[in-house]
Design a protein around this ligand. Structure first.
Ligand code: PLP
Length: 429
């Protein structure tokens, strides 16, 4: 009888079998579940056994036609989505300028040109369906949206999906931060809302090990070649520890279907209590607490330092906000400590912000791929970079949103940001 966790069951059985491991990896069983594609263990990119069974279970849980496991994070899932749409023969992808660097590097490697829609600020990726519709043209291979963004903002996916459907263009969703959405009360996951394909980082909010992610496919046109495209970018030795963690999450959520709802209710209560206590909580998705530190006369980085002193490490901080990201592993005690730290005072020391994250709005000169691979590119001191064409993906991580990217002309504002980040050289020409 098939169980909910076929990969885990196989690994357990093999670990207990006492077999002499005359195969990779070289550590020979420490950790015990770290194996390679031995007999019975299936193979990620040609899955037909336990991995295929586990992926089918995940597909049912997420309501997709097919779900592929990724051991290379959402980055690999995004590269795969882009490679799949490249097959249309079209070469442009409409996307928010606040997209993650994995999207740009995917465009570079697949030879796609991003066509930007500008959200209201650098940190946001919330774009309107109208702004997208205006950019659609005969060269559009796909629309790519990043929802949830780093502050917790979301785009109107159902409305954008309608626009895409009307024009017959696939909608790709970077849902790296929102794998949990399927299991909330609203169950408003991008696949449910009409995306053609969607990348989820299972490691960011669910229980998977770092690197564990999903590529969900709803649009049947992309089913056939998906594994092949993923294998073009991914390691030929995918980690069984990561696969095991993805597999085990299927078992966990099947047996605890309300786990995410229960956690989100607790986080909602936390936010209500903080707001009543005068803490500046910004609107965000359910799984994060975004503190609007500037509104309290402080900065996100100062607040992050204060929280660190109280034993709390945040996900991200800049001069404006401090972002705390929760996940299925968050305990009641964690929530209590966050609440007590913020309410007991002193977390928002008065401080003037230095450089707020800003849109550079650099001039587009050529497709990112052409600039990235340009033989003319060399390392140029920042003082001499103004006016040159950027050839590198400069994106402080987090949030991993390129401030300036290959093919854009480096302007004064970009040089200022580069210097503020203590960068001394940039690859350009
Ligand atoms: C918005 C966004 N998209 C994609 C990624 C890439 O995800 P992964 O780290 O799972 O490769 C990240 C990583 O932080 C991200 O923030």
């Amino acid at each position: 009888m098939q169980t909910l966790t076929p990969i885990h069951d196989f690994l357990e059985q093999y670990a207990n079998s006492g077999t002499v491991r005359c195969h990779m990896p070289g550590h020979k069983g420490r950790p015990l579940f770290d194996i390679t594609e031995i007999s019975g263990a299936d193979s990620l990119y040609e899955s037909s056994g336990i991995i295929a069974q586990s992926e089918d279970i995940a597909a049912k849980l997420f309501g997709s036609e097919k779900t592929l496991y990724s051991c290379g994070g959402s980055t690999l899932a995004i590269q795969t989505m882009l490679a799949l749409v490249k097959h249309s023969g079209k070469d442009e992808v409409i996307a928010a300028r606040g997209s993650h660097r994995s999207f740009i590097s995917g465009c570079i490697h697949c030879g796609l040109t991003p066509v930007w829609v500008y959200p209201k600020d650098y940190m946001s990726s919330e774009v309107s369906p109208l702004a997208i519709e205006e950019k659609l043209n005969l060269r559009t291979a796909a629309v790519f949206i990043n929802s949830i963004d780093y502050y917790g903002g979301r785009s109107d996916i159902p409305a954008i999906a309608k626009v895409c459907e009307k024009h017959g263009v696939p909608l790709l969703a970077d849902n790296a931060h929102g794998a949990y959405l399927k299991f909330t009360r609203a169950a408003d996951h991008p696949i449910t809302q009409g995306a053609s394909m969607c990348a989820d980082s299972a490691h960011k909010t669910l229980l998977a090990l770092t690197g564990g992610a999903y590529l969900h496919i709803a649009d049947k046109r992309f089913l056939q070649n998906a594994k092949e495209m993923m294998s073009a970018f991914g390691s030929s030795s995918p980690s069984y520890l990561i696969l095991d963690s993805l597999d085990c999450f299927n078992g966990f959520i099947s047996e605890n279907p309300d786990a995410v709802i229960t956690l989100c209710d607790k986080l909602s209560m936390l936010k209500t209590e903080l707001i009543s206590a005068g803490i500046p909580v910004r609107r965000s998705d359910e799984m994060r607490l975004t503190l609007d530190c500037i509104a309290a006369g402080s900065t996100g980085t100062a607040c992050a330092n204060e929280l660190r002193r109280r034993g709390i490490e945040c996900e991200y901080a800049d001069e404006r906000c401090c972002v705390l990201l929760f996940g299925i592993g968050t305990s009641d005690e964690d929530i209590k400590r966050v609440k007590n730290a913020l309410i007991s005072g002193g977390c928002f020391p008065l401080e003037k912000p230095e450089a707020l994250p800003e849109f550079i709005l650099a001039e587009y000169v050529m497709p990112p791929r052409k600039a990235f691979y340009s033989p003319l590119a060399e390392n140029i001191p920042i003082d001499k970079a103004e006016g040159k064409i950027c050839a590198e993906l400069w994106s402080p991580c987090p949030p991993g949103v390129p401030v300036i990217m290959p093919g854009e002309r480096i302007n004064k504002a970009a040089c200022r940001m580069l210097k503020a980040d203590r960068k001394t050289y940039i690859r350009a020409f």
